[in-house]
Each structure stands twice: as structure tokens, then as C-alpha cells.
Design a protein around this ligand. Structure first.
Ligand SMILES: [Ca+2]
Ligand SMILES: [Ca+2]
Ligand SMILES: [Ca+2]
Ligand SMILES: [Ca+2]
Length: 461
């Protein structure tokens, strides 16, 4: 018995807590006597109740010393089998930072080449320098703004004037009919967002003439008034003629355009506003039963150079879609005095057109400042009365020298303007008006059908 106790004390001294834990954790694999002493020691009770000590004492033939030695050997073996060093920490034991491997930062693998930093998507940036005292413009003059809009992606532009949409172009062009202070707003939108810029515009008051103030171009076709209305002295150059015709128009005197295609281009001291309803009236000398319809085209100074070198838009009058209407018609007159191709005995002025037709027009007076030929063109409409008739009926609406000036049907709405393909165009205002004789016809003793013009009246002034 005393030997047993000595072994217990020995074991207790040798067992570190870790070794004891290892021994306990191995209990599933070792169920034999080596672990019984631990059990007793932990329980703190001796003699044990589970250990069959009494039985052992009873068995005289069992040598206690053999038992103890076999126990000690088996225990040493069990510890040797679990020979992990006591001081080796468990992997990943964060409670022991000195011996733990340093934690690896959670970083992605470094690529071979450093990535460019992604650009941060931004709303458009509107750059517009405002003049000292703010933006100013006279009423009925084009106001043009060309802001710089910086953006990494496509931009949609929306311009509003006092809250009402006026343009979806990057640059805005607008004309103000009345003086006042207006707020123009640009809303620039891209895929990242929206920028808004409010611009104050001071529109100044100004007085204008309601009548055309300038003739930019004039071409007269042959006719009975080739060198009259207004009178063109012999030897006049084209520049002289332009001056003479300009004086006529400004002073509201008659200018005859001659036969089909003769034309005049006129302008104003302001932009004629496309306001509500009818906007202007081309004054002529039509009277009941004698219309000489002239086609009207309008234009605005899109390129801002003050000259009528911008697209023209026809006023689509009542005949625009007539079955007999011709577009892009071209007609060439030949000066009878120099025309060597005319047939012997033929009378009149020879003509050819781009439809393969030719003939001799009864009028033989040739404008003195023209050369050997004159080519004119545009739309061409069929006269309502047969050639030679002493009367000519007016078209329903939309032409010059068609109805008497006081007749509502003589007035024109800019809304009727169409482009070269016949599509309506929305014009805020117009700067130039072109009129040309629109029919190719002759009225017997009354001469050729030739449009007369005395000027254009702005109906809003
Ligand atoms: Ca109008
Ligand atoms: Ca007339
Ligand atoms: Ca122009
Ligand atoms: Ca006439």
C-alpha cells in the first residue's frame, strides 16, 4: 500500500496540467489502467469508489508491485505517444501573439502592372463667362450663347426661358420680341448627373421700321417692263440696278420682277418675329381679277454674318401640293439680240428648261444689264387662267401680288415655311424675304405674268 501511494505522489509531481489534458483527451483511445489515477486525483477522493481496490487487496495472488510497475510503464508510454511539447501553442492561438504567426492582411494578389485609378463619373461642367453687368441684347435681334460644357460622356442640353423650353441644342440662339429681364436656363445632363446654369438677360427696348430697309439681290426676267418699274438707265451695271431697286423698295415704289423666275431679296432693320398668327405681308399691286402670284421664301441669319447666305424655306401656300407643281425647276432665257440658236422667223424670247421643254416667250424686252442668258428657278406653279387670257385668278393664299394688299388672304404666317423636302420648319423669326414670279404665263395684251413688289411689311410692328 505504501508503494502505491509513493507512485501516486510521483505521478502527481510529474504531471503538468497540459500533460494531464493530453492524457484526458486520449481517454477515448486508452481505456486501461493508466488513467485511473488521474481520475482519482481529480476527484480528490481516496480510496476510489470506482477502482476495485478492495477486490485487488482480496486477490492475494496479484502482486501489487507488478500492478504498480505495469501501471507506471503504461502511463509513460501513453505520455510518450502524445509527445507534443507542452509549450507548443495551438496553431492560430491569437492569445499568444509572441509566438503566433503574424496575421496576413486580407489583400488581393498584386497585379503585374498597377491599375489606373478609375475616373469618378461627374455631372457636366458648364463654363460660361458672364460679361460685367450681365448679358444684354436689343429686342428683335438674335441673342447667341455658346457655353463650354465639359463632360466625360455625351451631354443632353435643354434651354428654357422663364421655364419654357426653347432649345435642345448645345448653343442657344434666341430672339426676344419684347424688352425686359429674362431668365435663361441651361440644363446639361450626362450619365452621371445634371448641371443647371441660370443666366439673366437684359433685353433692351428699341424702335424699328415695320418695312423692309434693304435689297440684297435683284434679278429681273424678260418682260414688258424690262427696263422700267423702276426705270433703269441704259449702261447701268448690276450694282447700279441694285441701288435703284433698293431706293424703290425703301420708298415703297413698285419693282417688277419680270416673267417666271425674276426675283428680289429684301431684309429688315430687325428680326421679324414669328409671333401668333400672320406675321408679314408682301405688298404688290394685285387687284380683283388680276393676280400675278409670286412665290415667297424666308430665311434667318443662321451664320450670323448679316447676309442672306443661309438656307431658304418656301412659304407653302395653297398650291404647294398641287399635282402640277414643279420643284427644283430650272429655266433658261436667251437674249433675242444675241441668240444665234433661235430658229429663223421665230418671235419672242427663246427658253429651255430642265424638263426637256423649250419654246419662245412672247415678251422680247431683255433687261439691259443682263448678259446673253439668264437662268432662274425654284418652284413653278400652273397659272389658273390659260395663256393669253386677260384675267388671272388668285391662288387661295400664301403668295405675293396675289390678293389686294388689304385682303387678309395676302398675309403670310412664318409657320407655313417648309424645308427643301417639304417638311415644316419652326422659325423663331426671319431676317430675309425672297420673292420670285411663280408662274410662267402670258396675259395677252396685258403682257407677261410678272410679280410686282413694293416691299414687305412686319405686321407685328
Ligand atoms: Ca406666325
Ligand atoms: Ca401685279
Ligand atoms: Ca447669313
Ligand atoms: Ca406684272
Amino acid at each position: 500500500m505504501s508503494v502505491w501511494l509513493l507512485v501516486m505522489v510521483f505521478l502527481r509531481k510529474r504531471l503538468s496540467p497540459n500533460a494531464a489534458r493530453l492524457a484526458e483527451s486520449s481517454m477515448t483511445g486508452f481505456s486501461g489502467p493508466p488513467f485511473l489515477p488521474l481520475f482519482f486525483l481529480e476527484a480528490g477522493s481516496f480510496p476510489p469508489t470506482l477502482f476495485p481496490m478492495e477486490e485487488l487487496k482480496m486477490k492475494k495472488n496479484v502482486s501489487l508491485s507488478v500492478f504498480v510497475v505495469s501501471y507506471a510503464l503504461s502511463f509513460v508510454l501513453s505520455v510518450a505517444c502524445h509527445s507534443e511539447p507542452e509549450d507548443k501553442p495551438a496553431l492560430g492561438n491569437s492569445e499568444n501573439p509572441q509566438t503566433s504567426e503574424p496575421a496576413q492582411p486580407n489583400e488581393p494578389n498584386e497585379p503585374d502592372e498597377p491599375e489606373k485609378p478609375a475616373e469618378i463619373a461627374k455631372a457636366p461642367e458648364i463654363v460660361l463667362e458672364e460679361p460685367t453687368g450681365g448679358f444684354e441684347v436689343d429686342k428683335m435681334q438674335w441673342f447667341r450663347l455658346e457655353p463650354q460644357v465639359r463632360s466625360q460622356s455625351p451631354v443632353d442640353s435643354l434651354w428654357t426661358l422663364d421655364g419654357e423650353e426653347i432649345s435642345t441644342q448645345k448653343n442657344v440662339v434666341h430672339v426676344f420680341a419684347e424688352a425686359g429681364i429674362y431668365t435663361l436656363t441651361l440644363i446639361a445632363t450626362n450619365e452621371a448627373g445634371q448641371s443647371v446654369r441660370n443666366i439673366s438677360v437684359n433685353v433692351r427696348e428699341r424702335n424699328y421700321s415695320n418695312w423692309t430697309n434693304k435689297v440684297y439681290d435683284f434679278v429681273r426676267a424678260p418682260g414688258q417692263h424690262a427696263n422700267a418699274y423702276p426705270t433703269i438707265p441704259p449702261g447701268s451695271t448690276y450694282a447700279d440696278v441694285l441701288d435703284i431697286v433698293n431706293t424703290s423698295i425703301v420708298s415703297k415704289n413698285i419693282v417688277s420682277l419680270g416673267a417666271y423666275g425674276g426675283y428680289i431679296v429684301m431684309g429688315f432693320d430687325h428680326t421679324l418675329i414669328n409671333g401668333p398668327g400672320n406675321d408679314f405681308l408682301v405688298h404688290g399691286n394685285a387687284f380683283a381679277g388680276f393676280a400675278e402670284p409670286g412665290v415667297i421664301e424666308v430665311s434667318w441669319d443662321a451664320n450670323g454674318n448679316g447676309l442672306p447666305d443661309d438656307p431658304w424655306y418656301e412659304i407653302a401656300g395653297s398650291e404647294y401640293n398641287a399635282a402640277t407643281a414643279l420643284r427644283n425647276y430650272r429655266l433658261t432665257y436667251y437674249n433675242p439680240a444675241t441668240d444665234t440658236a433661235r430658229e429663223p422667223g421665230a418671235t419672242g424670247t427663246r427658253w429651255t428648261d430642265n424638263q426637256g421643254n423649250f419654246g419662245y416667250f412672247p415678251a422680247t424686252r431683255w433687261p439691259s444689264w443682263l448678259g446673253d442668258t439668264l437662268e432662274v428657278g425654284g418652284s413653278k406653279y400652273e397659272n389658273l387662267n390659260p395663256n393669253g387670257s386677260l384675267s388671272t385668278a388668285p391662288f387661295a393664299y400664301g403668295y405675293a401680288d396675289n390678293w389686294p394688299n388689304g385682303d387678309l388672304r395676302a398675309q403670310i404666317d412664318v409657320e407655313w415655311a417648309v424645308d427643301a423636302n417639304g417638311n415644316p420648319v419652326q422659325l423663331k423669326g426671319i431676317d430675309f424675304v425672297k420673292v420670285y414670279t411663280g408662274v410662267f404665263a402670258h396675259a395677252g395684251a396685258l403682257g407677261e405674268i410678272s410679280t410686282e413688289v413694293t416691299g414687305v411689311e412686319d405686321l407685328h410692328l
